[in-house]
Design a protein around this ligand. Structure first.
Ligand code: SF4
Length: 335
């Protein structure tokens, strides 16, 4: 399938007092510069096929909205919801769709049993805190008159029962938003992993207050100070512009980005291109790039982010992924 060029021409002058999602709020607490202006134009490939997680989330939402979990055969209703979700998207889902679908169906009864606890079950409803300018859309909120539970659906494979700090932070902000909108602080948030089931996490007002104070302090921090780290920078909107990130990333052992001067471009008959770059760490191949995205010529400098390691024996080579982006230098660099 042909990839469309999506040159994001939006100039984002967001600042720390903009509305923050839990993800952006977490990134702000890790790097005050992450809410600075985006002045570059990332070029990405946007195929029409959704990823497996997107389809799974949409199917669960449709299943809940249709009260399929209350049916005597919740798995069958979920299977119908999956088909409905697939019909909304064009193209076969990318990523691990067959195992994702199989795990989702296998856990239908377990999830249905949990959802039946709630008198009201909300799926994918946006919640706002206009005072703190926080917004978020939890996957599932279960409500009783005096109790609430937030459920976060995770489709990637979990190897153990640990939760990364950013997930705990995200769930804490969701708990706060539920309290703001519904007047009940969830005593428990739960991560529902398709490969391992539920993982509960206790919540209380102290942990929520601590998270909110962290966000407020981060909003007041000096936004000219960038603190790069692989997990923080990976999806930062400023990544292609941020010189602090590029200075740091050359030292990251498993970096997913490269900057260099184009020495050669090889184009295959199927429209895919490979780019040979001279970078500060030596020569690097980046293969699998949709050819219509490679508009720069030999001698121009480009930056590429969110690359995968190549399957070849050359461990310095990279491969384009559906999440990758590139930019042609020179860049306006605000940091
Ligand atoms: S790319 Fe990294 S260091 Fe730069 S602003 Fe974003 S999070 Fe901060």
């Amino acid at each position: 399938m042909r990839s469309d060029i999506a040159a994001d021409v939006n100039i984002d002058f967001g600042d720390a007092h903009d509305w923050l999602s839990p993800t952006r709020a977490w990134r702000l607490t890790e790097c005050a510069a992450s809410v600075g202006p985006v002045v570059n134009k990332p070029i990405t490939s946007v195929g029409s096929a959704p990823n497996a997680g997107t389809v799974a989330h949409r199917a669960v939402q449709l299943w809940i909205d249709a009260a399929g979990y209350r049916n005597g055969n919740p798995q069958s209703r979920l299977s119908e919801a999956i088909n409905e979700a697939l019909a909304e998207f064009s193209g076969r889902p990318t990523g691990e769709w067959p195992p994702t679908r199989a795990r989702l169906l296998a856990r239908a009864s377990q999830l249905a049993e949990r959802l039946l606890w709630g008198d009201d079950v909300h799926a994918e409803r946006e919640l706002l805190d206009p005072i703190r300018r926080l917004r978020g859309t939890p996957d599932i909120v279960l409500m009783k008159p005096r109790e609430a539970v937030v459920i976060d659906l995770k489709t990637p494979t979990s190897k153990d029962d640990s939760l990364q700090p950013w997930i705990i932070f995200q769930l804490t902000i969701y708990a706060h938003l539920v309290e703001q909108v519904h007047g009940i602080l969830p005593a428990q948030v739960e991560v529902f992993r398709l490969n391992r089931g539920f993982l509960p996490l206790s919540m209380n007002s102290t942990s929520v207050e601590a998270a909110l104070e962290t966000v407020e302090r981060a909003r007041e921090a000096d936004a000219s100070v960038a603190t790069p780290a692989p997990a923080t920078c990976r999806y930062c909107r400023r990544r292609l512009d941020c010189q602090a990130h590029w200075d740091a990333a050359v030292c990251w052992p498993d970096t997913d980005c490269v900057e260099g001067t184009i020495e050669r471009v090889e184009r295959a008959a199927n429209g895919i291109a490979a780019v040979f770059l001279a970078s500060s760490l030596g020569s690097r191949w980046v293969s699998g790039v949709p050819g219509d995205l490679v508009t720069a010529d030999v001698g121009e400098r480009i930056r590429l982010v969110r690359l995968r390691r190549s399957d070849s024996n050359d461990d310095s080579a990279f491969k384009w992924s559906r999440r990758s982006a590139l930019a042609v230098l020179p860049l306006a660099i605000p940091v």
